[in-house]
Design a protein around this ligand. Structure first.
Ligand SMILES: Cc1ncc(COP(=O)(O)O)c(C=O)c1O
Length: 404
């Protein structure tokens, strides 16, 4: 745990660069960033050293390739440094693997889990298709709820899972209120913090026990690596690490190296994603064929006050709802876009547009909208080009909708 006075942007340039990962023993100087250390076998001087390595409980120690090498340790160390209050970070081959392993670290058969209704849909699938058969009951709650007392009536709750803003619909949760409730009731808290990253929302200092990132998105930032991370406080890190080892979780050193390279520019990339996304979201709110824009940084978005209180920035992902129209009208808008790719995922340098239908992924709340929804990821292109593209898209939408 560190009580580090450096500002986050300074940290991004410096973290994860321990001398033992960048210097040759006995030689002066060193390289800037830890290189790619590829390994399965580690060779020992003798049996005594081999036994000592096997008995070590620290994870930053050469033992066998599955426990990583300095390339992955550097990334994990950097992510820990980004989270004041963190004890350590484990890495996983995808964001979903990180979510699954974090949940398995805290839950046992017979436990009850409170899951936010706006969770990423594969998180919901993990609950219904695995935790259910493992004997864990999942109860979905409204992301706008602040008092969860009602759920204690049927017995204790083991864990509270949050995702804020929520997937597809971008509800902002009152995280300080919810973590205070959890602490008062002995409930462990887990947050999917992929949207804000620790740069715009240091989760552990807001009371969260376990913070999860799909590093695939903004940490990597270039749409070419799958990865997840789990950062935990001192109460939970040992359990998170043990569970990751038991499930044989690890990342390739090449992927860790790419993610570390992405991390160095997270600050400037997120700032640009933020500024362009806000400009485009504002423009969309003024368009007569747009019913609503779901972006927490817009003052008329329901979660705005909480976002403004708790977050230090917003990223490039948001949704908007069209006024009327059906599937064909929405597809006409998306299909003709010149500067937006059509694809899942987000967080890369490029813009993406995706038709989204939240109704199928909600059970504690009801999704109501005046028309179909589109999720945009705003990349690093010039926002004027993106606005012109969307303007032409809305004209195509109008033509098809009005003929329907
Ligand atoms: C909010 C959120 N969490 C987790 C994930 C899962 O990450 P991955 O695709 O790396 O498994 C995603 C992926 O889209 C996501 O949007």
């Amino acid at each position: 745990m560190s009580d580090d006075a450096r500002k986050p942007l300074t940290k991004l340039a410096q973290i994860g660069r321990k001398p033992e990962w960048t210097q040759m023993p006995g030689q002066p100087g060193g390289i800037v960033s830890p290189p790619v250390w590829r390994a399965s076998t580690i060779l020992y001087d003798d049996v005594a050293h081999l036994r000592r390595a096997a008995g070590s409980s620290t994870h930053e120690r050469l033992f066998y390739g599955r426990k990583g090498t300095p390339t992955a340790w550097s990334l994990a160390d950097a992510l820990t440094e980004m989270e004041p209050g963190a004890e350590g970070t484990m890495l996983y081959p995808s964001g979903v693997a990180a979510i699954a392993c974090a949940l398995m670290a805290v839950l046992k058969p017979g436990d009850r889990l409170l899951m936010v209704d706006s969770a990423y849909d594969p998180t919901r699938n993990f609950c219904s298709q695995l935790l259910d058969s493992y004997g864990v009951e999942t109860i979905y709650y409204d992301p706008n709820t602040v008092s969860l007392d009602v759920y204690l009536a049927d017995g204790p709750i083991r864990a509270l899972f949050l995702e804020s803003p929520g997937s597809l619909t971008f509800e902002v949760q009152d995280i300080p209120a919810l973590t205070a409730w959890a602490k008062a009731n002995g409930v462990v808290t887990l947050l999917d913090n992929t949207w804000a990253t620790p740069l715009y929302f240091p989760a552990l200092s807001h009371g969260i026990d376990i913070s999860i990132l799909a590093c695939t998105k903004y940490i990597v930032g270039h749409s070419d690596v799958m990865m997840g991370s789990v950062t935990a406080n001192a109460d939970w890190f040992a359990k998170v690490r043990q569970t990751a080892y038991l499930f044989g979780q690890m990342v390739s050193p090449d992927d860790a190296w790419l993610a570390s390279r992405g991390l160095r520019t997270l600050g400037i990339r997120l700032k640009q994603h933020q500024d362009s996304a806000i400009a485009i979201a504002r423009w969309l709110t003024d368009q007569p064929d747009v019913a609503r824009v779901l972006h927490p940084a817009l003052p008329d978005c329901p979660g705005h006050a909480l976002w403004q209180r708790d977050f230090s920035g917003s990223s490039g992902l948001f949704s908007f709802i069209l006024k009327g129209g059906g599937e064909a009208a929405r597809a006409a808008l998306i299909d003709g876009l010149a500067h937006f790719g059509i694809g899942y995922s987000w967080g890369g340098f490029e813009s993406l547009a995706l038709p989204v239908d939240p109704a199928g992924y909600r059970s504690a709340t009801t999704w109501e909208a005046d028309g179909p929804a589109i999720r945009l990821h705003i990349g690093l292109e010039d926002p004027a080009d993106l606005i012109a593209d969307l303007d032409a898209g809305l004209a195509r939408f109008r033509t098809v909708r009005d003929a329907e």
